[in-house]
Design a protein around this ligand. Structure first.
Ligand code: ADP
Ligand code: NI
Length: 219
């Protein structure tokens, strides 16, 4: 059991690293590490409970439903059991569990069943990791894992796909930028998140311009 903030965070990082030892590239420990660091930076500008932010950032992806038969309850339940074992105060644990449960992209599109400033910070940090240089790397890494083409000029992006269709789509990775990544900048919760997202967005746009230019043979 942890006696103070830094001890609890230390125990939590060790737990998460162990849980994610076999995780795929998009949601490995280093994704968690980046989201955690980014969340700490954003939290410094916001009036939020830092323990809640750090625990939620560290525990937000310990069981990706994509690899657990679509079961979305495993991650929050695992996180809750861990926090209980560490005697994290009930109110903190409840808050963190709810953040993890309601944070994913699709829930944001639906009615906000749960929201807190702490959740806003962690969600911004998670979304930032899908943008910019890292976001580009993650997208192509995912596309490679799914054996998708980089780009196909004949396949236009489709913004109307249902969640299920999207999962089984074999669309090229470039389409993902229009279907998701370029939409993220308008979904940020915090002022700091918006500023960082604007920068990463501009970087992705520059990248895409370059990509199309090189595709046709630069001169
Ligand atoms: P999150 O963990 O943020 O909910 P996902 O699990 O959907 O996101 O995706 C993890 C990473 O893989 C993100 O960087 C995302 O952009 C990327 N990714 C997800 N779906 C696709 C796709 N169809 N094509 C390319 N990249 C994708
Ligand atoms: Ni994540």
């Amino acid at each position: 059991m942890a006696n103070n903030h830094s001890e609890l965070i230390g125990i939590t990082t060790a737990f998460v690293q162990q849980e994610l030892a076999e995780a795929e590239g998009g949601h490995d420990w280093w994704h968690i590490y980046r989201v955690w660091q980014q969340a700490r930076h954003i939290a410094a500008e916001e009036n939020v409970d830092l323990v809640v932010v750090e625990l939620a950032a560290l525990l937000h992806d310990i069981a990706d439903p994509k690899f657990h038969g679509g079961d979305e309850s495993i991650g929050p339940a695992k996180a809750a059991a861990f926090m209980r074992a560490q005697a994290v105060p009930e109110e903190t644990a409840w808050h963190v569990e709810n953040i993890i449960r309601y944070m994913s992209f699709k829930n944001a599109l639906e009615k906000r069943v749960f929201y807190s400033p702490e959740m806003g910070v962690v969600q911004d940090a998670d979304r930032l990791d899908a943008m910019g240089a890292i976001g580009i790397a993650r997208a192509f890494n995912y596309g490679g894992f799914k054996n998708r083409a980089l780009y196909d000029p004949a396949v236009a992006p489709n913004l109307q796909m249902s969640k299920e269709e999207y999962k089984h789509s074999s669309a090229p990775t470039i389409n993902h930028f229009y279907e998701k990544l370029l939409l993220l900048k308008d979904m940020m919760n915090t002022a700091t998140g918006r500023r960082l997202a604007a920068e990463r967005h501009a970087y992705m746009e520059t990248y895409l311009e370059r990509f199309y230019k090189e595709w046709e043979g630069e001169w």
